[in-house]
Design a protein around this ligand. Structure first.
Ligand SMILES: C[S@@+](CC[C@H](N)C(=O)[O-])C[C@H]1O[C@@H](n2cnc3c(N)ncnc32)[C@H](O)[C@@H]1O
Length: 255
């Protein structure tokens, strides 16, 4: 695919497989075409490794966090479960939203929680809202332990951000989906991998081995869930697509 951004003629040209599309530079379509490349190049350049939230590194694209905030504000979960803690920035982010909303706690699961990360998360001013669970996210003992931490009737949101292979994400979806309450979501993050196989940091097998594929397969097996980008609560533009590392990630529980 060849993308030409001609700022003199104020057009964007996309050429692929012998066909060509020309659109005005200042158009929603041009924004989507340019944004797609911005996301892919930014992923390779580790743009998402440049942010922190209240002192802790958060390895996310800011739009994904703002969209997650929109969902948390609407769903008002009692419990947010996330697999994949790393430095803890995303847990602190969710905990800060819970604090402002006046409800909610956070459970973070990671196969390895390094002592300095645990210390920083637990001693953080929001650490009291966070419980860390160390172990493989699909290990039956860990799955049972997390289930035991949820009380009957609690509203639960689950985000999967650990190992991003299709099979692991599928296993996580099977392990945790029953916690999700109707109207809430289980989120298979980082499906952008499917579009990154030919980037310098990508891998060829990511075309099929990715979280988006897992979410689609899970939804086909579970009619109580639907893959659905959460509606934007505010939009005075003509745009409608998330600029995201999480394409096809949001599985909403219907019943
Ligand atoms: C992308 S990082 C998480 C980033 C974090 N959610 C944030 O937004 O800053 C992925 C984490 O998943 C963890 N991980 C990898 N495989 C895992 C598994 N099988 N079970 C649980 N955690 C795993 C890694 O140790 C790593 O800390």
């Amino acid at each position: 695919m060849k993308l030409t951004i001609d700022t003199d003629r104020k057009i964007v040209v996309r050429e692929s497989g012998g066909s060509s599309e020309t659109v005005p530079l200042y158009s929603d379509r041009a924004f989507d075409l340019i944004a797609e490349q911005w996301v892919n190049v930014g992923w390779n350049q580790k743009y998402s490794y440049t942010f922190s939230w209240m002192g802790r590194p958060i390895i996310q694209l800011p739009e994904d966090m703002i969209r997650t905030q929109e969902v948390i504000h609407r769903v008002r979960p009692d419990v947010i479960v996330e697999t994949g803690v790393a430095h803890g920035g995303s847990l602190i982010y969710y905990a800060s939203l819970c604090r402002v909303l006046g409800k909610g706690r956070v459970i973070g699961i990671d196969i390895e929680i390094r002592p300095h990360n645990r210390q920083a998360i637990e001693s953080h001013e929001l650490g009291g809202a966070i419980t860390l669970v160390e172990g493989g996210s699909t290990d039956p003992d860990i799955v049972a332990k997390v289930h035991g931490m949820i009380r009957p009737g609690e509203t639960v949101l689950v985000l999967l951000d650990s190992n991003h292979t299709r099979q692991h994400v599928l296993d996580e979806l099977e392990a945790y989906h029953d916690l999700v309450t109707p109207g809430s979501y289980i989120v298979a993050t980082d499906g952008v991998m499917k579009d990154l196989q030919d980037t310098p940091r990508g891998r060829p097998e990511w075309v099929w081995d990715n979280p988006t594929a897992a979410a689609e397969e899970f939804a086909a097996r579970h009619p109580e869930f639907v893959v659905e980008q959460p509606a934007w609560p505010f939009n005075e533009s003509g745009l409608n697509r998330n600029l995201t590392h999480w394409p096809g990630a949001w599985l909403r529980r219907l019943i």
